[in-house]
Write a protein that binds this ligand. Structure first.
Ligand code: G3H
Ligand code: 13P
Ligand code: ZN
Length: 280
């Protein structure tokens, strides 16, 4: 069933686990996430970035996810990841998405609030949940390129004020994770997470979770993270699956065998993440 992230995340917050938010850009990836969620009997968030939408087409990707979600017995939210353009948020709302992220973290505090509030107003009028970002998560976030090493971690007091003034439903925080592949070992600032959790009531979101150790992810969940974004690990699994198909037969041209193998690999990784995030 298609639901909002608010429903899914409030449940996660009340019970103390995290929901996987998995990035997709094609049909096989959507099928892999939905099959894993159904197999684990878990709620999931399927999300797409602006560049994924540019690749697949908004209507096309919306239709695939909405069709899969409506047929599914598990709760599934369709979420815009790192939305930077107000027009994109509007287009997603019109196309039946149940959740959007407005990422105005590249702007200063007041402008981030202003841009986020504008999205909250239109989204809440349409019963759609909103995630925003405060602090800067390093790596490449769609069109936002944040220089490595110049990260700005989330300030707990600012986080409380930001949530209060914008009315967002969830907040993405910068505590040491980064998008894409890590060059070194990521070091999460758990003390900062505790402080943020103490003064922010809405569910907290961890981006850049690919490549973070299972124990660190579970620790982050125990300290209050309720949504975990995974993209790179899924791309890796999908690409590995394609390579595996070619390793079996270098001349393979039946794309169903190639994409089918990729889908299976991704299903396995999504299943593992769901189990990890459930803390069971
Ligand atoms: O947060 C970033 C996501 O991994 C999106 O990456 O813009 O290449 O789709 P992308
Ligand atoms: P990774 O690609 O590092 O998993 O980050 C995903 C993400 O944060 C999507 O918003
Ligand atoms: Zn992200």
């Amino acid at each position: 069933m298609l639901v909002t992230t608010r429903e899914i995340l409030n449940q996660a917050q009340n019970s103390g686990y995290a929901v996987g938010a998995f990035n997709v850009s094609n049909m096989e990836q959507v099928q892999a996430v939905v099959a894993a969620a159904e197999n684990e009997k878990a709620a999931v968030i399927i999300q797409a970035s602006e560049s994924a939408l540019k690749y697949a087409g908004l209507e096309m990707l919306s239709s695939i996810v909405i069709c899969a979600a409506q047929k599914s017995p598990v709760p599934i939210a369709l979420h815009l990841d790192h939305g930077t353009a107000f027009e994109m948020v509007e287009a997603c709302i019109k196309s039946g998405w149940t959740s959007v992220m407005i990422d105005a973290s590249a702007y200063d505090f007041e402008l981030n609030i202003e841009k986020t509030k504008k999205v909250v107003e239109i989204a809440h009028r349409n019963n759609i949940s909103v995630e925003a970002e405060l602090g800067r998560i390093v790596g490449t976030e769609d069109q936002i390129s944040v220089k490595e090493g110049s990260e700005l971690f989330t300030d707990p007091d600012e986080a409380a004020e930001f949530v209060e003034r914008t009315g967002v439903d969830s907040l993405a925080i910068a505590i040491g994770t980064a998008h894409g592949k890590y060059k070194g070992e990521p070091k999460l600032d758990f003390e900062r997470l505790k402080l943020i959790k103490n003064c922010v009531e809405v569910p907290l979101v961890l981006h850049g979770a690919s490549g973070v150790s299972s124990s660190d992810l579970q620790q982050a969940i125990k300290l209050g993270i309720n949504k975990i974004n995974i993209d790179t690990d899924l791309r890796q699994a999908f690409a590995d699956g394609c390579r595996e198909a070619f390793a079996k037969n270098q001349q393979e041209y039946d794309i169903r065998k190639i994409c089918g193998c990729a889908r299976k690999k991704m299903f396995e990784v999504v299943s593992e993440k769901i189990r990890l995030f459930s803390l069971k």
